[in-house]
Ligand binder design. Structure first.
Ligand SMILES: Nc1ncnc2c1ncn2[C@@H]1O[C@H](COP(=O)(O)OP(=O)(O)OP(=O)(O)O)[C@@H](O)[C@H]1O
Ligand SMILES: [Mg+2]
Length: 268
């Protein structure tokens, strides 16, 4: 059974069709990428898939539950976690505190035993801290645990967002451009992290313009253009698809090549 099933999804903004009769499925334990030109509807799709927007038509089935039209906390309860294209970090908090805010859902669940004094609150707090620290280590931020977010470099903040999303213990993780704005080395670290998450059984839906990353980590790639499916297949299949090259990959690969040349020049 698929972990996520999207059927005939549609979303308009006034006269603009942002998502157009879109259907696809994501199998558990896979990395599924969504690529396409600026304005193709990728972020809109993630907003629909996390309950931030309500679709005009179609269905979203998450882990066997129809969550269409539900508020976003229901999507979270059904196992969905996400990061945002624009960082949603609390800059006046430490890295640890940012991750602990992601654990609130679990803390609520732990409230009853705490009230019944099955687990003293101080232990629950300690456990929450320990879990948040472990997540920060997992994403490679061991040395930033007590740093305030406003003192952290951009690459570290992108990983902090991932740690915070993981704190809700999602089964499906949506990542909106996790490598955007990162240099070559930082982007490689995101590669590694996504592979590690996938190896541990996480299902990942990845929106990304960095084609090297997409091609390396994805099991399947869905190509969106004007809110509709242009192509879908393995990374090799979509990379060879003439329509995809024409609509998107041609320009994007040129960008990548230019980026690589720039960074090689910078390191020369
Ligand atoms: N809240 C909104 N109100 C009106 N129009 C919107 C809204 N959100 C997105 N759009 C429009 O919907 C279209 C799809 O936008 P979206 O942000 O989903 O694209 P994207 O594929 O994520 O692009 P990018 O690669 O630049 O992030 C665009 O034309 C955008 O202007
Ligand atoms: Mg976007």
């Amino acid at each position: 059974m698929s972990l996520l099933r999207v059927e005939g999804l549609g979303k308009r903004f006034g006269g603009l069709v942002a998502i157009d009769d879109l259907s696809f499925e994501v199998a558990p334990g896979t990395v599924h990428a969504i690529i396409g030109p600026n304005g193709a509807g990728k972020t809109t799709l993630l907003n629909l898939l996390s309950g931030i927007y309500t679709p005009d038509r179609g269905r979203i089935v998450l882990d066997g539950r129809d969550v269409t039209g539900q508020p976003s906390h229901r999507f979270a309860a059904a196992g969905l976690g996400r990061t945002f294209q624009n960082l949603q970090v609390f800059f006046n908090m430490t890295a640890l505190e940012n991750v602990m805010t992601g654990r609130h859902r679990h803390e609520n669940l732990a409230l009853l035993p705490a009230l019944l004094r099955l687990e003293p609150a101080v232990w629950a707090e300690r456990r929450c801290r320990a879990d948040a620290e472990a997540l920060l280590r997992q994403v490679g931020l061991a040395s930033w645990i007590d740093a305030r977010a406003d003192a952290m470099p951009y690459g570290a903040l992108k990983r902090l967002e991932i740690a915070r999303a993981l704190a809700t213990e999602p089964r499906l993780l949506l990542l909106d451009e996790p490598a955007a704005g990162l240099n070559h080395t930082e982007a490689r670290e995101i590669d590694t992290l996504i592979r590690e998450l996938a190896a541990a059984g996480m299902t990942v839906l990845l929106v990304e313009h960095n084609m090297r990353l997409v091609m390396e980590v994805s099991d399947r790639v869905l190509v969106l253009d004007h809110g509709a499916r242009l192509a879908e297949g393995t990374p090799d299949e979509v990379a060879r698809d003439e329509r995809v090259i024409e609509a998107y990959l041609g320009a994007e690969l040129e960008n990548d090549a230019r980026g690589a040349t720039d960074s090689e020049a910078a390191h020369a």
